[in-house]
Write a protein that binds this ligand. Structure first.
Ligand SMILES: Cc1ncc(COP(=O)(O)O)c(C=O)c1O
Length: 403
C-alpha cells in the first residue's frame, strides 16, 4: 500500500523547532521500531529515556485499556482512584510526604521552582528569592525553566527573563560555598546532567549542596526527570547518593510513554501551595495515573532494578570493546542505562553524524550535546536487542572512522 502521509509534511505544516529523522516510525514493540518502509531499528534511545518498559508493553496496555473503560478525565474539582493510588505509592517509596501531578518535566520543575519561592516568601520574606543552578544543566523549555537551565542558548532570545537566577560550575564545591547566601531560596541539580553531556554529580558535591542548603535555609531540588524511575538502577538516583532532597521532580520514564510529570516534596514545603496557588487541567489525569501506577509497580522490584545494573555492566563492556577497536571515544560514563560516550578531540561536533549513520544501519541512538553519544534504552531491553544493536553500532563506527 503506498504511503500517503509524507515526511515533507513536517516541513510544510509544523513549526520548525525540531529536525526529525527522514524516516517515520509507524510501529514499535519492546526495543524494536519499524518505519513506513518496513525497515527495522533497534531502539537504544527509549524515546529519550521515556519508554522505560519498551514499546507497547502488554501490562501497560492492559492498565490503560482497563482505565479507558472507566473514566478518562474529570478535572480537578474531583479526585480519582488511579491518582490517589499513584500518590500513595510514590510517597511510600521515597523521602516525600506529598506529591503534585502535571504532564511533563518542565511543568514539574516549574512547580518545584514556584513552590520553593513561595515557601521562602511565606517563611523568611521577599528578600529570599535567589535560585542557584549549574552550568550545562537542562530543566525544560518554559520561560522559567530555560532561564534556570545552565545553557544560555535556550533562554537568550526570550528576554526579559525571570530574575535572581545564578549559574555556577557543576561539581565545584568551592564555587557554591563562596556564592550561596541567606538570599538563596533553592538550589536545583540533576544527579546526572543528562542533555548537557551525561555527567554524573560527584557524591561529595551533592553532600556539600545538602549541607550548604541546610546552613542557609535553602531547599534542595533534585531534577530526576531523566534519572528517575529505575534509570540508574534505583527507583530514584538520590537513593544511591545518600543525600535526600527537599523536592524531587520526575516525568519521562514515569509514564513509560504516556505523558505525566510529578513534583514530590515534604509536608512543610507542600503547605506553601494552597487551593488557588498553582494548578493544571490535565495533571493527575486518570489515564496517565493508571499507566504510571503500573510502571512504578513493575520497575520498583529488586530483580528489575538489579537487571538495570547488569545491563549497565554489559553496555560499558561492549562500548569499551568497540572503542578499543575503533578509537572513537575519550570517555565512556553514566549510571544504569543512562550512558554517554564522549568523542575524541578529532571527532568533536560529530555526535549527530554518528547517530545518523547508526540509524542508516538500523540503530536508534541519541546525542547529549554535539560531542556525546547517549544511550537511554528501555530498562528491560533484551539480550538479542543488545546484541543486534551493538552489531549495528559497530557497522556505523566502521563507516564513521572511514568517513
Ligand atoms: C533533566 C531534565 N529536566 C527537565 C526536562 C524537561 O522535560 P520535558 O521535556 O518533559 O518538559 C528534561 C527533558 O529532557 C530533562 O532531561
Amino acid at each position: 500500500m503506498p504511503n500517503t502521509i509524507q515526511r515533507s509534511w513536517f516541513d510544510q505544516y509544523m513549526v520548525p523547532c525540531f529536525s526529525p529523522a527522514k524516516f517515520i516510525p509507524v510501529k514499535a514493540k519492546g526495543s524494536r521500531v519499524w518505519d513506513q518502509d518496513g525497515k527495522e531499528y533497534v531502539d537504544f534511545a527509549g524515546g529519550i529515556a521515556v519508554n522505560s518498559l519498551g514499546h507497547a508493553n502488554d501490562e501497560l496496555k492492559n492498565a490503560l485499556s482497563q482505565q479507558m473503560e472507566n473514566i478518562w478525565h474529570i478535572g480537578n474539582g474531583y479526585t480519582n482512584e488511579p491518582v490517589l493510588k499513584l500518590a500513595k505509592a510514590l510517597v511510600e517509596n521515597t523521602f516525600a510526604d506529598k506529591v503534585f501531578f502535571c504532564n511533563s518535566g518542565a511543568e514539574a520543575n516549574e512547580a518545584a521552582l514556584k513552590i520553593a519561592r513561595k515557601y521562602a516568601l511565606d517563611k523568611y520574606g521577599s528578600h529570599k528569592n535567589e535560585i542557584i543552578s549549574f552550568e550545562n544543566s537542562f530543566h525544560g523549555r518554559t520561560l522559567f525553566t530555560v532561564t534556570v537551565g545552565g545553557q544560555p542558548k535556550y533562554s537568550q532570545d526570550f528576554a526579559p527573563l525571570p530574575q535572581e537566577i545564578s549559574h555556577l560550575p557543576f561539581n565545584d564545591i568551592d564555587a557554591i560555598k563562596s556564592h550561596i547566601s541567606d538570599k538563596t531560596c533553592a538550589v536545583i541539580v540533576e544527579p546526572i546532567i543528562g542533555e548537557g553531556g551525561v555527567i554524573p554529580a560527584d557524591p561529595a558535591f551533592l553532600q556539600a549542596l545538602r549541607e550548604l542548603c541546610d546552613q542557609h535555609q535553602a531547599v534542595l531540588i533534585f531534577d530526576e526527570i531523566q534519572t528517575g524511575i529505575g534509570r540508574t538502577g534505583y527507583l530514584y538516583a538520590y537513593e544511591e547518593t545518600g543525600v535526600k532532597p527537599d523536592i524531587l521532580t520526575s516525568a519521562k520514564g514515569l509514564g513509560g510513554g504516556f505523558p505525566v510529570g510529578v513534583m514530590l516534596t515534604t509536608n512543610n514545603i507542600a503547605d506553601a501551595f494552597q487551593p488557588g496557588t498553582h494548578g493544571t487541567t490535565f495533571g493527575g489525569n486518570p489515564l496517565a495515573a493508571a499507566v504510571a501506577n503500573k510502571v512504578v509497580e513493575l520497575v520498583n522490584q529488586p530483580e528489575f532494578l538489579a537487571g538495570v545494573k547488569e545491563r549497565h555492566q554489559e553496555y560499558i563492556r561492549r562500548m569499551t570493546e568497540l572503542n578499543q577497536r575503533y578509537q572513537v571515544f575519550s570517555e565512556i560514563r553514566g549510571k544504569g542505562l543512562l550512558l554517554g560516550a564522549e568523542l575524541l578531540e578529532k571527532y568533536q561536533g560529530k555526535a549527530k553524524t554518528l547517530t545518523n549513520l547508526a540509524a542508516e544501519e538500523g540503530l536508534i541512538a541519541l546525542i547529549a550535546g554535539p560531542n556525546v553519544l547517549r544511550f537511554a534504552p528501555a530498562l528491560n531491553i533484551g539480550q538479542q536487542d543488545i546484541d543486534d544493536g551493538f552489531m549495528r553500532l559497530e557497522n556505523a563506527l566502521k563507516r564513521f572512522v572511514q568517513e
